[in-house]
Design a protein around this ligand. Sequence first.
Ligand code: KIV
Length: 272
Amino acid sequence: MSHISASRKRVTTLSLIEMKQAGTPIACLTAYDAISAGIMDAAGIDVLLVGDSVGNVVQGHETTIPVTLEQMIYHTQAVVRGAEHAMVVTDMPFMSYQASPREAFRNAGRLMKEAGCGAVKLEGGSRVADAVRLMTDNGIPVMGHLGLTPQSIHQFGSYRKRGANEDEADQIRADAKALEEAGIFALVLEKIPTALAQEITEMISVPTIGIGAGPHCSGQILVWTDMVGMTTSFRPRFVRRYAELHSTISEAVGKYVADVRSKGFPTSEESY
Ligand code: KIV
């Protein structure tokens, strides 16, 4: 049973903006399926992001580039079935929004209509502002994403921190402003200096959601499999591990294998 009240209302774009105004930090995690979405939802999470990190986490790819719109629709449908209270936001995958604002608008519409998410997220600043404006003018809420933008990995060549020099920091500031003007309801800031994230959080009216962006953002997000310790090799400093599920699951599976081999499972009580 969850300690969260069953009367908890569905999180909306408006409630997130109110949380920023009230100084209440927003708790977000990624989700890719119904069972984990249900657990996180019952535990009180505000936003579940169906991240295109599904490409790394679930599909085993090195980057998020291969993820398709159809796959995002499939995973979002599952997460939406598991989430009663949290707002479900879906990442627009690589090449689903870059070609033209019109194509971006149509694909965002498919995510809302076929997958049932409450909002979409896309990476980039001024270059995607026209697409964002078309969506927000037509009832599609958009979350922006600046700083380290993993879909541009082949352009930048590494997952290093962004905004550490003045040119990059200026670009991020200008992009945040352009996205705010285009109507975003929230902005993910990934792997940028704490002071820059604080400045942007104070500069724009909508909430900022940080990942590796320090404590002054309006909320925080992590990839859920990282924070429960399912991964062993990926350990950047911004990930706090709240559990060690890799060893828990590995021990459980090892015991099961031993019980099956020794015919210790199933017993007569576990049989019909
Ligand atoms: O795809 C993803 O999981 C993300 C978060 C890390 C912000 O974009």
